[in-house]
Structures are given as structure tokens and as C-alpha cells.
Design a protein around this ligand. Structure first.
Ligand SMILES: Nc1nc2c(ncn2[C@@H]2O[C@H](COP(=O)(O)OP(=O)(O)OP(=O)(O)O)[C@@H](O)[C@H]2O)c(=O)[nH]1
Ligand SMILES: [Mg+2]
Length: 425
């Protein structure tokens, strides 16, 4: 079977002179990886730093002419711009460059459309795509994009030309209802989970940090059941969250959840669409933040992760920080990393080295909220024993002459409740 020919694209980065130079570089390099992930072949790139962004074309007139000539020379019918464009800017650039113009948001939406597999994921991506397209439903933009096809036009978005604006709006309303229904179901599950005795740990981090590989290694080493989750050297390999119950070093267990990776300039429409999925992060008992030891711009990635967590209201959830892919570091580099910040742990999701230390650190955090307690019940209190199993982790059950002694891992709230109804306080 022949592989489909990659779409040749030209990348354009425009930034203000006073913007953070390193952050802009990181984001532009990442644009190339995003484009490749979406199936493009990057044939050229142009950047410009400007005093002031041109409201009509973002970049200066001379740069537009340069881009036009470069696109022709390189045979690129698609130009990807590393900024969000207004519908008017996009239309103007498409006309003057005689090429399809894809902005960063549209590119990320395209990748998400390829990757979403769960019902919730598909609904959320389609909603984000339609919301993106709605203000762009003008005749010339439609005609042009339809004619070119390819990157930025896939997934549910392919359907866009079937819709009149009215139908678009109707579909958006329908999707919102579907998402609201799923959210209600999730809220119910959460409510039930509140009384359920399992601490939750969300594995978070920049895209490609190794979160899914980490969960797979944990599952393998700890003998937990469950299919391998997809991990690959791609941005946004994971869109749908997966959870695994993993035993902890000093008894009991926790549920580890792999989540969608963060990225700089994450489109606000996507944060909004994925808010309900990402809210799981804010509800976790502990965050396991994996950083990529070999990322080109680690500080920028760290800053992005902190900003997204803040936006999700998850910045106060206790966090274990670990630098992943330590197998790729020299001994010197490891020492330097630890000297800079001894609180970070070194780990390799690939080899499993350092994994136990990460589990121990996570457990230490959980121990603040998840207490270790003993509960003694009479033999005739069988209902209470059931209740303890329902609302706490029973690490041990021992029958003594006059009572049954349970060793529990339990939240402070559930412990107070159990003591009250068992008559031990
Ligand atoms: N050498 C090395 N490679 C690793 C390690 N962990 C992950 N990788 C590689 O890094 C790439 C990304 O890994 P994933 O587990 O898919 O990363 P992720 O954080 O889940 O990425 P997204 O789902 O895209 O956000 C894959 O090619 C992995 O094989 C590690 O400890 N060492
Ligand atoms: Mg992943």
C-alpha cells in the first residue's frame, strides 16, 4: 500500500519585538512538529519580529510578498502561521498568498480531530471545530478551503460545507446538549467516587513528556491489569484519559490517570471544550508532573504547565515533580539537574528506574489526606464492616476474640463518618 503523499507546507512565525525570544523560538519549533504530526512535510519557514502586529495581515507587507514568492518556489499550497488569525486576516492572507492559510488553533484542532476516539472526545473536538468555523463561514473562505482540502479540513470539520449557518448553529446546540449530558453523568460518577476509597493521582505534563509510557510501565511493573495505552513520539498522542489502579509501596492503592498533554498557546476554544475532561486534574488528590529531560526549552514547558494548571484551578493540588527520560542523560547532567532543584526526582518511564521513588513520594502526599487508622468493631456489626469496605481501603482485617480489627486507609471526612456511625466516638 502506498503511503499518502505529504502535504508540503510553509511555516510562518510572526512575533512582537518585545515578546520573550526563547518562548517564541520554542513555540515556532513546536509548530513544525505539530505540522508533521498533522501529516505535513515542512518545506520552508519564515519568521519576522515586528514592532506592532499588522491588523490586516499580521506581518508586514514586504514579508507577505516574500512568503508569497517562497510558497510558489517551494510548491507549498498551504501556509501555517504560528499565531491565531482573525477570520478577516485569514481571508486576506489566503487571497494574497494564493494558498490555504492555517493558524495554530486550526492546526491543533485538526490533530485533535484525528486523535479523538471516545464519545466525549469526539463531541468536544467537533464543538471546538464548529465554533472555530462559524465566524469564518463566508463565501470566499469556504470556496477556497473546500477546493484545497487536506490539513485543517479533516475530521468532523469535513462536514462543514453541508451546513448553512443555521444548521451549523443547530449542530452546535446539539453537541452542547450531548456534552452537558456526559458532564452530568461524570458529575454523578464523581459524587459516587467521593465515598469510594480510592485516591486519585493525575499524571500531567507537557505533550510528549512520557506520561502514557509512565502509566504503561507502572501497569507492567505493578502487575495491574489493563491494556497498554498508546504512546508515541508525537504531540498529542493521548486525548482520552485512561485510569489504572496501582498498588502503593506501603499498602493500599491509588488510581493513576493519564491525561491529555499541555502545550503552549493551547487554544482557548479547546481548553473550553475539554474543560470537563481536564477538570479531573483539579479533582485529583495528587498531581504527578512529568517533565521531559531532553526537551529543548524546559523552562518554557514548565511555565506553560503551571499556567494551564492555574487556568484549570488545579494549581493548589499537591504535586510530585519528576524529570522523565533520565536514561537519556549523562551522569553529569543528572547531577546538575539535582543540584539545581533537589526536590525533583529523576525517573525513566522507559526502563522503570526511579519509578518506586516516585510512587513513594506520591504516597507521602496522599498520607496527608488519606489517613491510616484502625477501627475495632463487634462481630455483630456486619453492616458497619460492609460500610468500612465501601468507604475506606481495608488494608487488613483481623479477627480477635471479642472484635474485628480493621486497618484502614481513609479520608478524614470518611473517617469521621465511620467513627460516628460505628459508635466509637
Ligand atoms: N528514552 C526514553 N524515551 C521515553 C521515555 N518515556 C517516554 N519516552 C518516549 O517519548 C515519546 C513520548 O512518550 P508518550 O508516553 O507518548 O508521551 P505523552 O506524555 O503521553 O505524550 P502525549 O500523549 O502526546 O501528550 C515516546 O516515543 C516514548 O517512547 C523514557 O523514560 N526514556
Ligand atoms: Mg500520552
Amino acid at each position: 500500500m502506498s503511503t499518502p503523499k505529504k502535504e508540503p507546507v510553509l511555516l510562518i512565525g510572526v512575533s512582537k519585538k518585545d515578546a520573550d525570544y526563547r518562548a517564541e523560538n520554542a513555540s515556532f519549533e513546536e509548530l513544525g512538529r505539530l505540522a508533521e504530526t498533522a501529516g505535513a512535510a515542512v518545506v520552508g519557514s519564515l519568521t519576522q519580529r515586528v514592532e506592532r502586529l499588522n491588523p490586516k495581515s499580521l506581518m508586514g507587507k514586504g514579508k507577505v510578498e516574500e512568503a508569497c514568492a517562497a510558497a510558489k518556489r517551494l510548491g507549498a499550497k498551504t501556509v501555517i502561521v504560528n499565531e491565531d488569525l482573525t477570520p478577516a486576516q485569514q481571508m486576506h492572507l489566503e487571497k494574497t498568498l494564493d494558498a490555504k492559510v492555517v493558524d495554530r488553533t486550526r492546526l491543533i484542532l485538526d490533530i485533535f480531530a484525528q486523535r479523538a476516539h471516545s464519545k466525549a472526545g469526539e463531541l468536544q473536538v467537533e464543538l471546538a471545530q464548529l465554533s472555530y468555523m462559524l465566524p469564518r463561514l463566508t463565501g470566499s473562505w469556504r470556496a477556497f478551503s473546500q477546493q484545497v482540502g487536506g490539513i485543517g479540513t479533516r475530521g468532523p470539520g469535513e462536514r462543514k460545507f453541508e451546513y448553512e449557518r443555521r444548521h451549523f448553529q443547530r449542530r452546535i446546540d446539539h453537541l452542547k446538549k450531548g456534552i452537558a449530558r456526559l458532564e452530568r453523568e461524570r458529575a454523578l460518577q464523581r459524587k459516587r467516587r467521593k465515598t469510594v476509597p480510592v485516591p486519585g493521582i493525575a499524571i500531567i505534563g507537557y505533550t510528549n513528556a512520557g506520561k502514557s509510557t509512565f502509566l504503561n510501565q507502572l501497569t507492567r511493573i505493578k502487575g495491574s491489569t489493563g491494556k497498554e495505552v498508546y504512546a508515541d513520539d508525537l504531540l498529542f498522542a493521548t486525548l482520552d484519559s485512561t485510569s489504572r489502579r496501582i498498588p502503593l509501596p506501603d499498602g493500599g492503592w491509588a488510581v493513576f490517570t493519564d491525561t491529555v498533554g499541555f502545550i503552549s498557546k493551547l487554544p482557548t476554544s479547546l481548553i473550553a471544550a475539554f474543560r470537563s475532561t481536564l477538570e479531573e486534574v483539579a479533582l485529583a488528590d495528587c498531581l504527578l508532573h512529568l517533565e521531559d529531560a531532553v526537551a529543548g526549552y524546559p523552562e518554557e514547558q514548565r511555565r506553560t504547565v503551571d499556567a494551564v494548571l492555574k487556568d484549570l484551578g488545579a494549581d493548589s493540588v499537591p504535586r510530585v515533580r519528576a524529570v522523565n527520560k533520565a536514561d537519556l542523560l549523562t551522569e553529569d547532567a543528572k547531577l546538575k539537574l539535582l543540584a539545581n532543584d533537589p526536590s525533583r526526582l529523576l525517573v525513566s518511564a522507559k526502563t522503570g528506574n526511579g519509578l518506586e521513588a516516585v510512587l513513594k513520594a506520591s504516597q507521602a502526599i496522599l498520607n496527608d489526606r488519606w489517613l491510616l487508622r484502625e477501627l475495632s468493631l463487634r462481630h455483630d456489626q456486619s453492616k458497619m464492616i460492609d460500610e468500612a469496605y465501601r468507604t475506606a481501603q481495608v488494608l487488613e482485617q483481623k479477627a480477635e476474640a471479642n472484635f474485628i480489627r480493621l486497618t484502614l486507609r481513609v479520608t478524614a471526612e470518611n473517617w469521621a463518618r465511620l467513627r460516628k456511625i460505628s459508635g466509637t466516638c
